[in-house]
Design a protein. Structure first.
Length: 301
């Protein structure tokens, strides 16, 4: 919400500034903020739709809606933000013109840097609460919830883009050559396209289906082997249905001759142990089997 409200106000101010000054980098930044505002709204809609209850048609629920809307965000950022800025930069490089009222552009950009910086600080503060010892890049690469990495990249890109726009406008004013403003616009476009591509690749991986982290897989294995009637875990599969919903499918070895009632009790006990160790394991399927060393086991989880 902080990012959405900040970007909405900034988009309006940048749009007015672009009309007054004729700055192409200011116009590119206005479209950038408009794209960011749209993206934050999409993330909120995705989060709301993901909370719907499972039904007969969607028995695993709607948690992946968050991934789908995050992927749409990358498309919007690429097309509405990046490609527009590249086109606008190209046009102004071919047909450069002087800026009018450049001080207006500078004032708006400085204020926008402050607002975007605050939005970035808010996102970083929220991310610090969950990223642990991971670097920022590791957090963006491996986070299962798409919202924070998306907003972090967008806000970081916005701050960098504003600094580039300020440099472009400043150099155009100092030299009297509008081509610097156009170059700044082109750089902003390239930056947005790069961010959109990173978001698209990371979200695609989540959409395809990512396994639980190594630490969480270790917790699941420990919970399974802690059951006395299970000799070993033959194989284990996990997949994130959503950031907070994990599917667990395991085949475990039981001793020949175990009765069905005992196996059922052991299975229920193991499932309860997994949920206690890892609350996001919402769907658990444990299949008992007789371990046969000669039979090839499936690849590890």
């Amino acid at each position: 919400m902080t990012a959405l409200l900040a970007n909405l106000g900034i988009a309006v101010s940048k749009g007015v500034g672009a009309l007054v000054t004729g700055s192409s980098s200011m116009l590119a930044e206005a479209v950038h903020s408009l794209a960011d505002t749209t993206n934050q709204a999409l993330l909120l809609v995705g989060g709301r739709r993901a909370r719907r209850e499972a039904n007969e048609q969607h028995p695993f629920g709607y948690a992946r809606e968050r991934y789908i809307y995050a992927f749409i965000v990358s498309i919007v950022l690429f097309t509405l933000g990046g490609l527009f800025a590249l086109y606008e930069g190209y046009e102004k490089i071919i047909h450069p013109h002087e800026l009018t009222s450049p001080l207006v552009a500078v004032a708006i950009l400085v204020i926008a840097i402050g607002l975007e910086g605050y939005a970035l600080f808010t996102a970083a503060k929220s991310a610090n609460a969950v990223r642990g010892t991971k670097t920022w890049w590791q957090f963006i690469r491996h986070a299962k919830a798409p919202e924070l990495p998306t907003i972090l990249l967008e806000d970081a890109g916005a701050v960098i883009g504003l600094v580039v726009a300020l440099l472009g406008v400043g150099l155009s004013v100092l030299t009297g050559n509008g081509v610097f403003d156009a170059i700044g616009t082109f750089v902003i476009g390239a930056l947005l396209v790069a961010i959109a591509c990173i978001l698209a690749m990371e979200t695609k991986s989540l959409l395809v289906g990512e396994a639980a982290s190594k630490a969480n897989i270790a917790k699941i294995r420990a919970a399974l082997v802690a059951e006395p009637r299970f000799d070993r875990v033959i194989h284990l599969r996990t997949m994130h249905l959503g950031p907070d919903e994990l599917l667990v499918a395991a085949k475990v070895a039981v001793a020949p001759g175990e009765v069905a009632e005992a196996i059922s009790e052991a299975t229920n006990s193991a499932e309860a142990r997994i949920r206690a160790a890892l609350p996001i394991a919402t769907l658990i399927f444990v299949e008992p089997d007789i371990y046969q060393p000669s039979r090839p086991e499936a690849a590890p989880a």
